[in-house]
Design a protein around this ligand. Structure first.
Ligand code: S3P
Length: 183
C-alpha cells in the first residue's frame, strides 16, 4: 500500500489562510490555464446540503475535519489536472498533509494577519473568527499553521503586495514547469 500513492497527480492545489485569495486566484488560474476549478468547502457544502457555518454549529468542527479528510482521499484517488482551492484549515490534520502532496503541485498563498483581518475579519461566514478578538485569533492560528503550510508547499508566494495578475502568472509558470518535470 505504501508505494501505491508514490506518484503525484498533476492537480494544482491552492492552500493558505482564510482570506488569502484562494477563490479569486482559483478563478483567474482556471481561465489562464484552461483547467476546471473546484473548491473543497463548496463540495462539502453541496454534499451536506448546508453551509460551513451550519456544519460547524450543528455537527462541530471535528465532524467537519473528518469530512475534509474523506473528501481529500476521494480526490487523491480521482482524476488529475484540476485546480483545487482548499479550506484554510485543511492541511492541519496530519493525514491530510500527505493527501494534499499526493494530489499535485501545492501553492501556499502566504498573507499577513492584518491583511486577513481587513479582508475577512468581520465576515460572519467564517465560524473560527466569530470571537471577541478576531485579529488575535488570526495571529494565533497563523502562527500554528504557518510551519504546516510551509512543509506542504512546493511554491510559497507572499501575496499581500502583489496584484492578482502577478500572482496568477507566477503560479501558472511554476505549475507549467512542474508539469514538464522542472519543479
Ligand atoms: C477554515 C477555513 C474556511 C472553512 C472553515 C474553516 C479554517 O475556508 O474551511 O471555515 O480552519 O481556516 P476558507 O479558507 O476558504 O475561508
Amino acid at each position: 500500500m505504501k508505494t501505491k500513492h508514490k506518484e503525484r497527480k498533476q492537480n494544482l492545489i491552492l492552500m493558505g489562510f482564510m482570506g488569502c485569495g484562494k477563490s479569486t486566484l482559483g478563478r483567474s488560474l482556471s481561465y489562464r490555464l484552461q483547467m476546471g476549478l473546484e473548491d473543497t468547502d463548496h463540495i462539502i457544502e453541496e454534499m451536506e446540503g448546508r453551509s460551513i457555518s451550519e456544519i460547524f454549529a450543528r455537527q462541530g468542527e471535528a465532524a467537519f475535519r473528518k469530512m475534509e479528510t474523506e473528501l481529500l482521499t476521494k480526490l487523491r484517488d480521482g482524476g488529475s489536472r484540476k485546480i483545487y482551492s482548499l479550506g484554510g484549515g485543511t492541511p492541519v490534520q496530519l493525514q491530510n498533509q500527505a493527501l494534499i502532496r499526493q494530489m499535485g503541485f501545492v501553492v501556499w498563498l502566504r498573507i499577513r494577519p492584518e491583511t486577513v483581518m481587513e479582508r475577512v475579519g468581520k465576515d460572519t461566514g467564517r465560524p473560527l473568527l466569530q470571537c471577541e478578538d478576531p485579529l488575535g485569533r488570526i495571529r494565533e492560528l497563523l502562527a500554528q499553521r504557518s510551519p504546516i503550510y510551509e512543509r506542504c508547499a512546493d511554491l510559497i508566494l507572499d501575496t499581500d503586495d502583489m496584484t492578482r495578475d502577478e500572482v496568477t502568472e507566477e503560479i501558472a509558470r511554476a505549475y507549467e514547469a512542474f508539469l514538464t518535470g522542472g519543479a
